[in-house]
Ligand binder design. Structure first.
Ligand code: HEC
Ligand code: HEC
Ligand code: HEC
Ligand code: HEC
Ligand code: HEC
Ligand code: HEC
Ligand code: HEC
Length: 370
């Protein structure tokens, strides 16, 4: 069989096969993966799906007595419409979703080849709309650009072009047709066309060829493979991280950003890699990586006792004080004491009718005695 005829073209180039091509031989993984947080972290809006998420009664967000944004369904789509004293002033359609909904969904709308963030995001903890993180609290705002940088962590590919705006500023345009939504197989495993071709032609070969074998990577290479998206976004990329593949050195992609540029405009989240590397567990063991606790293709989310088993893999005897031991069965949940949920300093959200902002808690990956 000639694989070239069967495989559709992939936007990323000749070396890529596309996620559909993996189905044939890795069907279980492919099916379970479709519903994972990585797989669904960006996608185009499907109206029926969007409507199912929120409660029709709570779709008005009041900024004050005069200003509000209503999430409304119209003939040709779903919109976030701003009103001032009852008169419509702006209305933009939901085009794209960022976030699997684990904690939040943020939405974008296209204006030509530029993408902008809608004023309201949906926060799962409150099951309601709140002002998108980092937006002004007193008025609707529609001008915040969503750049290809968001896709670098929340997607698999987008083609971008810089256009000269004036002598001093450039603006980014994205080709909507080139987007590969979600984080797909080859985003993590690297281009796999040669792997697909080889195994199609050699069905009896049972060991993997022409693909990075994760187990055989060094510790730094393993950390880098996750750190490309999980080391925060105050880092500045010197080249697009879309081409990063397992085995590459992340230092060739990011430079530490000392000016805070980028971090000021983007929300900083997802910094598990740096946090973990500051833990005694990481520093004093030679083997700890993300895989010590997370298997990408296995879902134990919310199962803190399963995670605690992973701790006990390294900690068989623990010198807990009498006082700590008196707190009950410690073995069922090491996590809440040693990896507490900590509110993000940079993301918080504002609910309607409240002056206080609500926290956005994340699991601290600095494992320690708190
Ligand atoms: C024609 C069959 C076939 C297709 C199609 C295929 N693979 Fe594989 N793949 C294999 C075989 C055989 C192995 C070795 C046995 C195993 O690990 O399942 C393997 C193993 C792997 C491994 C494990 C490497 C390791 O760490 O040991 C990865 C990752 C992988 N494939 C990724 C992909 C991706 C991504 C695609 C789609 C772009 C894909 N495969 C399509 C046959 C295939
Ligand atoms: C291309 C960027 C990217 C790469 C590479 C990546 N992640 Fe993620 N990861 C994300 C994003 C974005 C989310 C948030 C998904 C959401 O809920 O919308 C996430 C969520 C997660 C979650 C929480 C959700 C869940 O599935 O339980 C874990 C755990 C995680 N990643 C671990 C890893 C590990 C381990 C690696 C390395 C093998 C890795 N990630 C590689 C971008 C990435
Ligand atoms: C977020 C990154 C990420 C994504 C996306 C991803 N994988 Fe993996 N995959 C890994 C890592 C890391 C391993 C090594 C073991 C582990 O952590 O589970 C792995 C292991 C594998 C293996 C070895 C067998 C196994 O079960 O451990 C195969 C085969 C595989 N992946 C195929 C795929 C296919 C097919 C897809 C798309 C449907 C995919 N992967 C998507 C990160 C990823
Ligand atoms: C450096 C990688 C990175 C960049 C850049 C990035 N994100 Fe994220 N984002 C993540 C990771 C990792 C998570 C999940 C874990 C966390 O928050 O620590 C996440 C979580 C989210 C969530 C919540 C998802 C959920 O299901 O709970 C939303 C929404 C989101 N990001 C939107 C955006 C938008 C919009 C942009 C661009 C303005 C952006 N992100 C830029 C890595 C990134
Ligand atoms: C890969 C092995 C490994 C895993 C997995 C592991 N640890 Fe550790 N941890 C260590 C090592 C090594 C030390 C340092 C011990 C020493 O200093 O003697 C340590 C230290 C600690 C400390 C003391 C921290 C300090 O600052 O003094 C705590 C608390 C801890 N671990 C809790 C945990 C918890 C909870 C988990 C699971 C979420 C976990 N560890 C998973 C290897 C591991
Ligand atoms: C010692 C165990 C351990 C290690 C190592 C570890 N994690 Fe986690 N991680 C956890 C636990 C426990 C949770 C919370 C799970 C839950 O609540 O279901 C978590 C949650 C997450 C989340 C979800 C965000 C949140 O705050 O809910 C992301 C993303 C994540 N881990 C990424 C990573 C990445 C990337 C690495 C490697 C740099 C890593 N983790 C290493 C134990 C670990
Ligand atoms: C109720 C909170 C709590 C729980 C649950 C808990 N710890 Fe601790 N842990 C502590 C405190 C507090 C200390 C500091 C010593 C003390 O006062 O007991 C500590 C100390 C430690 C240390 C450093 C002492 C040493 O032996 O090196 C390690 C390692 C550790 N815990 C691991 C774990 C693991 C693994 C689990 C789950 C099996 C766990 N802890 C469950 C609160 C807790």
């Amino acid at each position: 069989m000639n694989t070239d005829d069967v495989l559709p073209k992939d936007q990323r180039g000749e070396d890529y096969a596309g996620a559909k091509a993996c189905m044939k031989c890795h069907q279980d993984l492919s099916t379970s993966y479709a519903h994972s947080a990585h797989g669904s972290t960006s996608r185009p809006v499907v109206n029926a799906e969007l409507l199912a998420v929120f409660d029709r009664d709570s779709n008005t967000f009041h900024y004050d007595g005069q200003r509000k944004v209503i999430v409304e369904q119209r003939k040709n789509g779903i919109f976030q419409t701003a009103y001032l004293d009852g008169k419509q002033v702006r209305s933009e359609q939901f085009d794209i979703i960022f976030g699997s909904g684990e904690k939040a969904y943020t939405y974008g709308y296209w204006k030509g080849k530029k993408l902008y963030e809608l004023p309201l995001s949906y926060f799962s903890a409150i099951q309601n709309w709140a002002i998108s993180p980092g937006f002004p609290g007193n008025n609707y705002y529609y001008e915040r650009g969503i750049t290809s940088r968001c896709f670098e962590c929340h997607g698999s590919y987008v083609e971008k072009k810089l256009t000269q705006n004036s002598a001093f500023s450039q603006e980014e345009e994205m080709e909507t047709g080139s987007i590969i939504y979600g984080i797909d197989c080859e985003r993590c495993h690297g281009p796999a066309k040669a792997h697909v071709v080889f195994h199609t032609e050699n069905p009896d070969e049972k060991s993997a060829k022409f693909i990075a074998v994760f187990k055989s990577l060094s510790r730094k290479q393993k950390m880098d493979a996750c750190g490309v998206c999980h080391s925060g976004n105050t880092l500045m990329s010197q080249q697009s991280v879309f081409s990063f593949k397992p085995g590459d050195d992340l230092d060739d992609f990011y430079v530490q950003d000392f000016r805070g540029f980028g971090g000021a405009e983007l929300d900083v989240h997802g910094n598990q890699s740096t946090m973990l590397q500051s833990s005694a567990c990481y520093v004093k063991s030679s083997a700890m990586t993300c895989q010590s606790c997370h298997q990408t293709h296995e879902n134990i989310k919310g199962n803190l006792s399963a995670y605690s088993q992973k701790c006990m893999g390294c900690h068989q005897s623990i010198a807990h004080s009498k006082n700590t031991l008196s707190k009950g069965m410690l073995t069922a949940n090491c996590i809440d004491c040693h990896m507490p949920k900590v509110a993000s300093k940079l993301i918080s959200f504002k609910q309607a009718g409240r002056d206080q902002v609500s926290p956005y808690p994340l699991r601290s990956h600095r494992i320690a005695i708190y």
